[in-house]
Design a protein around this ligand. Structure first.
Ligand SMILES: [Zn+2]
Length: 411
């Protein structure tokens, strides 16, 4: 099957295959071709260029894209979309001024999500998550990472990871799985936290690895959750089984987690709402991708990641949703890109780079996603007739997407 798009108003984020990520000043540049063509054969992008260089119109499907811009689909490198039920009553409680403890006693919080998950079957979880996957694909997401972490027991963590495996087998889009047993401490380990760390390292990680259920290992490194010593131990245990580290770090406090991430050669360090000067220095010279989650800051009314400073310091930045029932019940990357521009003062070019090529890097998908590159997957967003690239983040809340293509097929 060969598809030719012609008369494309602007083909955005064209790269050669050697560009794996962009950082600092480079993030201000978003290479495009105006009045372009694009050829898709089966799942892949095989050719593109200026209309003046188009040799012939031979294709099974020829699409006149007059007035339309085409971008690579979004790469969402941080989600928790396998979960049971929603927490909208907690949302209303928070509006009404209830404290975290009062909400937890009424049935809110991570531990209550864990309880609901324990009571749900694999099939129920799969069906709920499938609806969310379908929704985010329609919103232009073409590759996604999904974490476990509402199980907090060997049995329930395996259940979550098996659901992620079912999603991988069902949907065309690339899905990466992350084992996040270290999301919170279960109640029975409140007095002996290291025993839970041992359970993760000695039992959960080997079992998850033996069933080949996780690409990445993740830890919530934060005051009251996993400290830096526990974080390093878990990341190293995962690495021994070929799981690549990613970390939730610096959401509320800077406690040295970024240093642990760099030391363990993490693929990404995520959240980063609270950064001190040392944290920036530690990231410089590393290959770690900083990931900001502006929808989470929006929903919780907490500070935004200092994305402007991260880029001005010469570092790269990726953007992701953090889609989860507690702090970000939204998987809309279009909103993430707008919010990054509006609240974090980064330019549309920087935000689009962060949500495409750098997001792909943060999932280890640099060779297949994140840009218009020959040989990469044909994951595309075809926009309605919009006046300019800047209109995409500017018109926040409007649905500007005409069609989405994932691996060569319209969804
Ligand atoms: Zn998260």
């Amino acid at each position: 099957m060969k598809t030719l798009f012609f008369n494309i108003k602007e083909l955005v984020q064209i790269r050669d295959s050697s560009t794996l990520k962009v950082q600092g000043e480079e993030m201000k540049k978003l290479p495009t071709i105006k009045n372009a063509f694009l050829v898709v054969e089966d799942e892949k992008i095989t050719d593109f260029g200026s209309m003046s260089d188009l040799q012939n119109f031979n294709a099974d499907q020829v699409i006149d894209s007059r007035g339309q811009m085409i971008l690579p689909a979004w790469c969402d490198s941080h989600t928790h979309i396998v979960y049971a039920g929603n927490r909208e009553s907690e949302f209303v409680d928070r509006i009404n001024g209830l404290s975290y403890e009062e909400i937890a006693s009424k049935g809110g919080g991570i531990l209550n999500s864990a309880k609901k998950l324990e009571e749900s079957s694999e099939q129920e979880l799969f069906e709920q998550a499938s609806q969310r996957i379908k929704e985010v694909m329609r919103l232009g997401t073409g590759a996604i990472e999904i974490k476990s972490g509402y199980g907090l027991s060997l049995e329930s963590e395996l259940k979550m990871l098996k659901v992620i495996k079912m999603l991988k087998d069902t949907f065309a889009m690339d899905i990466k799985a992350t084992f996040l047993g270290a999301h919170a401490f279960p109640n029975q380990f409140k007095e002996n936290k290291n025993a839970y760390v041992d359970l993760i390292c000695d039992q959960m990680i080997p079992e998850v690895a033996s069933q080949n259920l996780a690409d990445f290992i993740d830890v919530f490194c934060e005051v009251g959750y996993f400290d830096v010593v526990q974080t390093e131990k878990i990341l190293k245990a995962g690495k021994a089984y070929n799981m690549i580290p990613k970390i939730h770090v610096n959401q509320f406090n800077s406690i040295g987690g970024i240093e642990v991430g760099v030391k363990c050669k993490a693929l990404s360090v995520d959240h980063l709402e609270v950064m001190n000067e040392d944290d920036f220095e530690i990231l410089k010279g590393s290959e770690v991708m900083p990931v900001a989650l502006p929808s989470c800051s929006y929903f919780l009314s907490i500070p935004y990641t200092p994305a402007r400073k991260i880029i001005d310091e010469g570092l790269p930045l990726a953007l992701a949703t953090d889609f989860n029932p507690g702090s970000t019940p939204s998987g809309n990357m279009n909103f993430v890109v707008s919010t990054a521009c509006i609240k974090m003062k980064i330019t549309p070019e920087e935000a689009i780079n962060a949500a495409t090529i750098n997001g792909a890097y943060a999932m280890g998908l640099s060779n297949s996603s994140g840009s218009i590159t020959k040989g990469k997957d044909a994951n595309l967003i075809i926009y309605k007739d919009i006046p300019s690239l800047n209109f995409i983040p500017y018109a926040f809340g409007s649905n500007l997407i005409d069609k989405v293509m994932i691996k060569g097929s319209f969804i």
